[in-house]
Design a binder for this molecule. Structure first.
Ligand SMILES: Cc1ncc(COP(=O)(O)O)c(C=O)c1O
Length: 411
């Protein structure tokens, strides 16, 4: 099967053109779907209907563009990382999502989905968060929209991302520390889904990555595609021809937002970088595409880290945002068709790439984004002289306590 069989011809049916083409019935090839309890089917249908209306409405598009420009700080810069490139033997460009308001790409998705929630008439926004970036972005957008906000966050993540917990509270959000399960992102999503199921009419679940039941992977990718769209035109303005585009993959939203525009450009390699934790020879990692197999988690069928008995495996990553046993269904499809490839780097490799980026470029990347940098470094080592574009998904201020403790603050 090829990518063309799965994606089909580009549909230019909506006002915003091909960025908003949708997966048929929520499937990306064999992956995706809507594996949810009966009572969530109607709310999901309502979200899909309203999202479709929004995406084909010129007013929505221009309001979103204005909000991204005047509140969220878009377009973000594309920085030529010359010293890093010289060290690695490559031409390296960084797409600076770290420069957005609240410090990561998560704000793009939130700025779009809050408008969908408002059109639906939601009275209360709920969200999960791992690294806290999605929680902070959601809390900020809710403050601006005058909507109450509850954010679920695993206890482990509350501990390692304290600054973000405080930021959410400053924006008026109710932060609920989740003590069940693995106490990281997976448990936070479980609790948010539970909350949503108890009041799906008044509550809008503002999901933070390209995961979950249809229509979320499509909605999140559609809104996040602004990253790739801007990058493509910034490269063209400078007459730079990319050989490789690299992004880290947790649930997969910054990566799919970056990749989507480049999928038709078959001469450009797309590489996702998963969290190798303590190494693939241990079970302390979150390498979902690289070592998982298909299964259902949080409402969709995708690659999944699971035991022989089908139980979800516990994960480990130094970066809270990549510490997740699942991945968005579109990535599973891109991997299966071979259009994108996925590699992993360890905690230690990510930390050393973070340090290099600080010392050579004066940029402190998030630990998640440092995985993309370490992946790019590896790619440059294997084949020198390439032009590599890295999605620098966020800034590392939130990670200072982990960095100050030598990167070992998770027991
Ligand atoms: C800065 C940053 N990058 C990447 C991620 C991973 O998420 P995704 O794979 O959805 O982009 C996160 C998640 O919290 C994050 O905060």
């Amino acid at each position: 099967m090829t990518i063309d069989d799965l994606i089909g011809p580009v549909q230019a049916s909506s006002h915003l053109g091909d960025y908003f083409e949708e997966p048929i019935d929520g499937w990306f090839g064999e992956f995706g779907g809507q594996f949810v309890p009966e009572l969530l089917i109607e709310p999901l249908k309502r979200i899909e209907k309203v999202a479709r209306e929004c995406f084909s409405d010129p007013t929505f598009a221009s309001e979103l563009e204005t909000e991204l420009h005047t509140w969220a700080g878009r377009p973000t810069a594309l920085t030529h990382a010359e010293r890093l490139g010289k060290r690695w033997g490559a031409d390296v460009w960084l797409k600076r999502e770290d420069l957005t308001h609240t410090g990561a790409h998560k704000i793009n998705n939130v700025a779009g989905q809050i408008k969908i929630a408002q059109r639906i008439g939601a009275r209360h926004i709920i969200a999960e968060t791992g690294a806290g970036q999605h929680g902070v972005a959601t809390a900020a957008a809710c403050a601006r929209a005058g909507l109450p906000c509850t954010v679920y966050m695993g206890e482990v993540d509350v501990e390692r991302q304290q600054p973000n917990v405080h930021r959410m509270k400053l924006f008026g959000a109710d932060v609920v520390a989740v003590s069940s399960g693995d106490r990281t992102l997976r448990s936070a999503i479980n609790e948010t889904l539970r909350h949503w199921a108890s009041d799906p009419v008044n509550t809008y679940y503002l999901l933070g990555s390209a995961v979950g039941p249809h229509p979320y992977p499509w909605i999140v990718r559609t809104i996040q595609s602004v990253i790739g769209r801007e990058t493509k035109s910034q490269l063209a303005e400078r007459s730079v021809a990319a050989d490789v585009v690299v992004a880290c993959v947790g649930g997969g939203s910054n990566a799919i937002g970056m990749f989507h525009q480049f999928v038709p450009d078959k001469n450009i390699r797309l590489v996702g970088v998963e969290a190798g934790g303590l190494g693939l020879d241990t079970d302390q990692h979150a390498v979902t595409i690289g070592t998982g197999r298909p299964g259902v988690l949080h409402g969709s069928l995708s690659m999944l880290l699971q035991t022989d008995a089908g139980q979800i495996r516990e994960t480990h990553s130094i970066s809270a945002g990549l510490d997740y046993p699942g991945v968005g269904p579109e990535h599973s499809m891109l991997s299966q068709t071979g259009r994108a490839s996925y590699m992993s780097v360890t905690d230690a490799e990510a930390l050393s790439a973070l340090k290099e980026c600080c010392e050579l470029e004066g940029i402190l990347p998030a630990l998640e984004s440092a995985h993309a940098l370490a992946g790019a470094r590896e790619i440059a080592r294997e084949q020198p002289g390439q032009t590599i574009v890295v999605c620098l998904s966020g800034r590392g201020d939130k990670d200072l306590s982990t960095l100050m403790s030598g990167g070992t603050d998770r027991e």
